[in-house]
Each structure stands twice: as C-alpha cells, then as structure tokens.
Design a protein around this ligand. Structure first.
Ligand code: NG1
Ligand code: ZN
Length: 559
C-alpha cells in the first residue's frame, strides 16, 4: 500500500498554514492560541494515522492545552500503550506542522514513511481515537484532526467527544490490550480497585460511615464535569466539587492545580474559614494533574494560610504506602526478593522530598528533564516505578512481567497471609492508578485510600517532611530557544556566562539551589529557586530572573 497523494493534497488544502509562525513540538505536543491551530491539528491527525499504520495499533489524539488559558489549545498524540508519542516521531511531526508548500507536505510524509518503513510494518487498517477538553475551540479543532486522520487511506477516526486527557490515554491502552475500554469501564476499574484497598484496611472502624469530605477544585474544566461519573459508583468518599465551569467561572483562571502550585494561592471559592483544616484537591484544566492543600490559621492567627501538598508529597506518600507492602512480599516470597522499586523526579522536586526518599525510605531516586515522556520512560524500567512532577503530574507503573506474576500466583503459594494480602493490595493499587499517564481522578482515590489505610489525616501526611521554601517565576524573553541546558536541566550551557551568574546568586543564600529552562508549553523562561528561608528563595529567584531578562534585552551579564 502507498500514500494516496491526491487525497492528501485535497484534504490539506482546506487547512492552510498561517504565515510567519513556527510551531514547536514542546513538552506536551503543540500549543498555541486556538484560533491559529487548525492546520497544525489537521497535520497531527496525519501523524496519528501514520503512527497507527506503523504500529498496527490504535492511537489516540487529544485536543487540549491543559493548564494554559482558555483561548489557547493544543494537540497531543497517545501511543499504543497510552503513553506519549514516541520521541523519535517528534521531529517528523514538527517538520510536517511547519511545511508551507502542499506538494512538500506529501514529500515530507513520503520520505518519512520510506525511511521508517511505515507501510512495511503496518496492518492494512488503522484507527485513531479522538477526544477534546471543554475549550471553546475544541469542537472545530477536533473536526480538523478527524479530517487529518481520514486523509490517510485505510485509517478510521473514532470521535469519542469530551473526555479528560487521562481517560483518552487509558482507553487507547485498554483498546490495544483487548480489554473493556469504555468510559464506564474506566470508572469501574478505579472504583473496584479503591473498594478492594478500603476493604483490606486493618481493624477498620465505622465501616458504614463515609470517609472525610474532600473538597475538589475542578479548574472550571473537564475534570469537574467527568468526576460525577466516578462519584456515582465509588463507595465511601464524600466529594464536594467547586469551580465546575458554571456560574461564570473561566477555565484555569485563578483556579486549578497549576495556579495553586505555582502561585501558592487558594483557588477561587476556597480559603473560607469554614474550610479550615479540611482536605482539598485541585485538578488542572484537562485533569491529568492534581495537587492537594488545606488551610490553617496563620502564625499571627489573624489570617488563613495555604498548606500545599504537591506532586513531591504525593509521590512520597505513595512510596511509603507501596514500599510497606512490597517489603512484606520481598521478605516472605523468595522469588520476589529481587523485585526493584524506584522513583523518578525532575529538578523541580523540592530538595526536602528527594532527601526524605533517599535517606528515610532508602528508595532509589532518578532525575530526568521536565515532561512526562521523560519521567514515564524512566519509571517503566522498574518492576514498580513511581514518577511525579512537582506540579502534580505522575503515576505508578507496574512492569508487565511483575504484574503477571502477582496475578498468576495462587493464594497457597504465599507463605503467609500477610504476603498474600500485600500482593492483593499491590494489584488493587494497579487498578486504581492509570498506567498510561498521570490522572487526577486515579491519584485522588489512590491518595484517599492510602490515607484511610494508614489512618492518616492530610495534616499527618503533610508532616512527613518540611518543604524547603521555594519560588517559581516566569520571564518573558524575545527568543526562549537561545537558552540551552544540560544535566536534567539543572545547568545552562547557552548563553555563555548565565550559569556562572546563577552560581553567584546561589552562593549569596543559605542552602540555595536555582535553575532556569525554556518552557515547552508557554512562551516564557521558567526560573526555580530554593533556599533555607522564603525571603532568600524569593530573593534568589528575583536575582536569577534579572540575569535572564537582561540577557534577552542584550544588556549582557555581569563580569
Ligand atoms: P513547561 O511549560 O515546559 O515547563 C509544563 C510543566 C511540565 C509539564 C508540561 C505539560 C512545570 C514547571 N512545567 O511544562 O512539568 O507538566 O507543562 O503540561 O510545571
Ligand atoms: Zn494537564
């Protein structure tokens, strides 16, 4: 089978490339103002279709711009396992997205197909599942993506409609595994895993009473809308969802996980005296991230302050919970003694979390560059790997072979009741987590089950370790691409002189650490700083931001 060039050209002519713009394939696919994305999304549909033919599997395409403002949009492609598109395909996706000449579009596709033997490996037909979040430009862009998929002969597009990003990724993975892949199957799996964990709680009191209320900030997005599907079938958790997008609330505006984590502020409709000490959670715009928080009286007792439990705290809680059961298994079942367990973070991880994981839990910690594609890949190398970005994006991965052993071992083969129970618990955890990608719903219920199991409040959980004060800033520069980094983004290599300027600022504060990198989702350079006190962290972040800013204005760097 070859490429039907005239069919492709005809379809592509309906989606002209806007002039003068270069689209980059960033941390999470393409993102830009929704009004200029039709062409890019159409061409991403082509990429998804070819990927489906190449892998012989179902592929996913999601229209979302996650935590970005409502007028933005974007497109991400999900691979057969539900994880992000293979990085080897990114340069192809980018060159296809930026090709202005229609004849050349066909050429770019043909060259890539030939080089990669796309049609040699392919099945005779492919399939792409398409979904979108609640952004106003979503419907139009979803249609553009569908036309892109259908521009490739032999590939069908199945439009699922409005979903959270992790729901689509989960469905792609489930479809390719040949198991139930509907939205209802997704809710049932989380719900049955959660119920199984909660049923195993030792000496559980008040069995009939619902657990503590969790108050959820839905970011005025798709997460708030879809959570009701899960709430309807999940036992024993009371949720109170705010910022559902009704009553004039705008997606990601003064709400959502990114706002809470980066600004350290209560989302709109939170922070009232009546919420004091209650467990709260905040989703991002497409519900693939979650952070937790609660409020407490300020030290002067006059105001209310926010206590944030970010991705690092979630990771640490899950590492404690999982390690406890894994140790039970390792010590009682000799053929499981070599099972390995590791956690993956980025440079944004709070230094106190990394120290706790290494020194108190004795867990192996690895750093990767920002972006789930990097973390996911690394975590997949362990029998059980947990990864989390500080912003609350993360999940737990179980290696297929280890999962199969747990599933297939008969109860009689476990020497003790405790070991058998540990195996069942790990299996239940694997049901609650979304092994395709970070998922706010899965993590909400996994955290809730871990807290219930260990009989902890959110305050007990918060007290595991004390975060080092930190500050994140964004700096707008003329061209953020001039910034290049190394060592998992902890050091700048270009422009010259910037790293030594950062080192100089770091040396001025106690226990300082700082780094900068160009964002892959926004047109900014991100600055991160950490120090012994909040004042020092703020001062360090400001100092570094000034160097980045001066550099962009051509002011130069200090000698
Ligand atoms: P950028 O804009 O590249 O920093 C942000 C997050 C990433 C990841 C992506 C995808 C931070 C500092 N960065 O990327 O971790 O989640 O968005 O949405 O939070
Ligand atoms: Zn997101």
């Amino acid at each position: 089978m070859g490429l039907d060039a005239s069919r492709l050209i005809k379809a592509a002519s309906g989606f002209p490339l806007p002039p003068g713009i270069h689209f980059s394939y960033g941390t999470a696919g393409f993102r830009a103002d929704g009004s200029i994305l039709d062409c890019v999304v159409f061409r991403a549909g082509i990429v998804a279709a070819l990927r489906s033919l190449n892998t012989g599997s179902t592929i996913g395409l999601m229209i979302t711009a996650s935590h970005n403002p409502i007028q933005d949009n974007g497109v991400k492609i999900a691979d057969p396992n539900g994880d992000m598109l293979s990085q080897e395909w990114e340069p192809f996706a980018e060159s296809l997205a930026n090709e202005s000449n229609l004849e050349n579009v066909v050429q770019v596709v043909e060259d890539f197909m030939q080089k990669n033997g796309v049609f040699k490996v392919s099945a005779s037909s492919g399939k792409v599942l398409l979904a979108r979040d609640t952004r106003p430009s979503g419907g139009r862009l979803l249609d553009a993506a569908k036309q892109g998929v259908e521009a490739i002969a032999g590939v069908s597009a199945e439009v699922i409609g409005v979903l959270t990003t992790p729901q689509l990724h989960w469905m792609v993975r489930a479809t390719n595994r040949g198991v139930g892949a509907s939205e209802h199957d997704y809710y049932s799996q989380i719900s049955s895993g959660f119920k199984c964990i909660v049923d195993m709680i030792p000496m559980r009191k008040n069995l009939a009473s619902p657990s503590e209320l969790v108050i959820v900030d839905g970011a005025n997005g798709v997460g708030a809308m879809k959570l009701s599907g899960l709430q309807a079938i999940i036992p024993n958790v009371q949720l109170n969802v705010r910022n559902c997008g009704s009553e004039g609330g705008i997606l990601n505006e003064l709400v959502g996980a990114d706002y809470v984590q980066k600004e350290r502020k209560f989302p709109q409709n939170f922070g009232h005296a009546s919420d004091l000490t209650k467990m709260c959670a905040s989703f991002d715009g497409d519900a693939d991230r979650i952070v937790f928080f609660y409020s407490q009286k300020s030290e002067d007792a006059e105001g209310i302050t926010l206590r944030l439990l970010d991705g690092d705290k979630i990771l640490t809680l899950l590492a404690i919970f999982i390690q406890k059961h894994l140790q039970e298994l390792r010590s009682e079942v000799h053929w499981l003694s070599s099972v390995n367990f590791g956690v993956v973070q980025t440079a944004y991880a709070n230094g106190a979390s990394t120290k706790f994981l290494k020194e108190n839990l004795g867990v192996e910690v690895v750093l990767t560059p920002t972006g789930v594609k990097h973390l996911h890949h690394k975590a997949a190398q362990y029998d059980i790997g947990i990864y989390f970005e500080a912003n609350g994006h993360g999940t737990v991965l179980f290696k297929e072979e280890f999962f199969a052993v747990l599933t297939k071992t008969a109860p009689s083969e476990f020497r003790t009741e405790a070991a058998y129970k540990a195996a069942r618990l790990l299996l239940a955890i694997s049901d609650v987590v979304n092994q395709a990608i970070g998922d706010a719903f899965s993590v909400l219920f996994l955290v809730e089950s871990a807290l219930q199991y260990m009989n902890w409040t959110i305050q007990d959980w918060d007290a595991i370790y004390k975060d080092l004060p930190s500050r994140q800033l964004k700096v707008k520069v003329q061209d953020r691409a001039v910034l290049r980094t190394t060592n998992s983004e902890t050091k700048v290599t270009h422009p010259q002189g910037l790293q030594s300027a950062i080192d100089m600022e770091v040396a001025k504060v106690t226990c300082g650490r700082a780094f900068v990198r160009p964002s892959g989702t926004e047109d900014v350079v991100r600055v991160y700083a950490e120090a012994a006190t909040q004042d020092e962290a703020d001062c360090l972040a400001r100092g570094v931001a000034i160097h980045v800013h001066n550099l962009a204005q051509g002011v130069g760097l200090p000698p």
